[in-house]
Design a protein. Structure first.
Length: 432
């Protein structure tokens, strides 16, 4: 459903009226397209404190000066005390207003040093600074913090965050670990070439957008959905040159059946299938509880275990699960859904280090906020409008925003990103 308020505020009368009434003024986001693969303007490099990294190792084109930068990268890895924290203000305050509409600001921080509470305090301060700036900067611009161990591992993450692909990702703190030199793709424009990606719940909505994006990036896609959606899955698979797999993901042997269907193995597993059965707990029958937990959480646990234990997920593989803002902040009428999505967060945090150590596979999650889908289009008008406006970008996201974030986590060069839960919510004002 079209966002008529967003369209109206893009007109001269709309801008005037909303400004006078103090209403939200969302800017139309500039997303990736073949015609617009990069942000307009230069990438400006700033420094606060004595840098502990070599920004050149990121492989990005950066400049020391720009009148109207499309993106700003602030290296704050050397900030170790309150005095040098002032350099963050000194570096960004003069340039914030000049950042282009739908521009990007990324702050590079260092891991918290448990042996130095002064360094830990000011590096943690960067989180509050980043999220606060994201809530005030406006005009479709985003602000994120990347805690970085090795600049050489930052390339895919910074290219994502400093590009139109991250249009609905703001206020996030992403930790990037040790560099893995084996992850560089042969073709940067199609980094998933030669890789097989399976997406559950992929016949429509967000899942369909995810398989489209992974196919665009070169993956051979497997479109998995329930038997009732087989025709839709076939339609999507045929259009993308992929394969459809009709399967109830809650079946006890779903993992074994997926493994049998993929004898050559799997490189990317995206757990997208999910359902809602909303009702307040006092009125919720056991069936509504158990069905949501079975689809959204138990099936993810069972199939992940089976595909790791069978070796179907190859080394260098990626698991991306779908959490939700409801699992982070809670939502009235969704105790079942919130529990299932919070469970995904627990799965990611606990499994990620072991899966990487034992299987060479990373495990991450995306947590969508208000995304424009057929499901949200059915929400009553005033609730829908509140969902759209209650984030720093003052609008709903699109399925492609979740898909682009998933594609970044699936990238062969993203091996240093592990155990992360990345919200795709426009920096939701709740639970953020």
């Amino acid at each position: 459903m079209a966002d008529r308020y967003l369209t109206f505020t893009g007109t001269a009368p709309g801008r005037l009226l909303t400004r006078r009434l103090g209403l939200p003024q969302p800017a139309a986001l500039k997303r990736w397209s073949p015609q617009r693969p990069a942000l307009e303007g230069d990438r400006l490099l700033l420094t606060a404190g004595k840098s502990e990294l070599e920004p050149a190792d990121t492989g990005l084109d950066l400049t020391a000066s720009a009148e109207k930068p499309g993106a700003v990268l602030l290296d704050a890895t050397g900030v170790r005390d309150v005095e040098t924290l002032a350099e963050v203000h000194a570096a960004l305050q003069p340039v914030v207003r000049s950042v282009a509409e739908s521009g990007r600001i990324v702050v590079l921080g260092a891991p918290l040093d448990a042996a130095d509470h002064h360094q830990a305090a000011v590096q943690q301060a960067l989180e509050g600074f980043t999220r606060s700036l994201g809530k005030e900067i406006g005009r479709g611009r985003t602000v994120n913090l990347v805690r970085l161990t090795d600049a050489r591992a930052a390339g895919p993450t910074l290219r994502f965050l400093l590009s139109p692909r991250s249009a609905y990702v703001s206020g996030q703190v992403i930790e990037v670990g040790a560099y893995d030199e084996s992850g560089a793709p042969a073709d940067p424009d199609r980094p998933l070439t030669g890789r097989t990606a399976l997406v559950t719940g992929a016949a429509r909505g967000i899942g369909e957008a995810v398989v489209e994006t992974l196919a665009r990036d070169g993956a051979r896609v497997v479109v998995l959905d329930v038997p009732q959606a087989e025709q839709d899955a076939l339609r999507v698979a045929d259009r993308l040159g992929g394969t459809a797999l009709a399967l109830d993901i809650t079946a006890p042997d779903a993992g074994e059946r997926i493994a049998a269907a993929l004898p050559d193995g799997l490189d990317v597993l995206v757990h997208n299938a999910g359902i809602t059965r909303d009702r307040r707990l006092v009125n919720m029958p056991a069936e509504r509880w158990s069905s949501v937990l079975d689809v959204n959480l138990a099936s993810v646990l069972r199939t992940t275990d089976a595909l790791l234990e069978s070796g179907t997920l190859r080394r260098g593989g990626r698991i991306v699960a779908t959490a939700s803002i409801a699992g982070l902040a809670g939502n009235a009428g969704q105790t079942n859904y919130g529990a299932s999505k919070a469970g995904i967060v627990g799965l990611v945090r606990a499994l990620a280090p072991r899966a990487l150590a034992e299987h060479g596979v990373t495990v991450n999650a995306v947590a969508p906020g208000f995304i424009e889908t057929r499901m949200t289009a059915a929400i009553p008008l005033f609730i829908r409008e509140a969902g759209r406006r209650m984030n720093s970008l003052a609008q709903g996201g699109l399925p492609v925003d979740v898909a682009e974030t998933t594609a970044w986590l699936a990238h062969p060069g993203s091996g240093a990103v592990n155990g992360q839960v990345v919200r795709v919510c426009g920096q939701s004002l709740l639970g953020a």
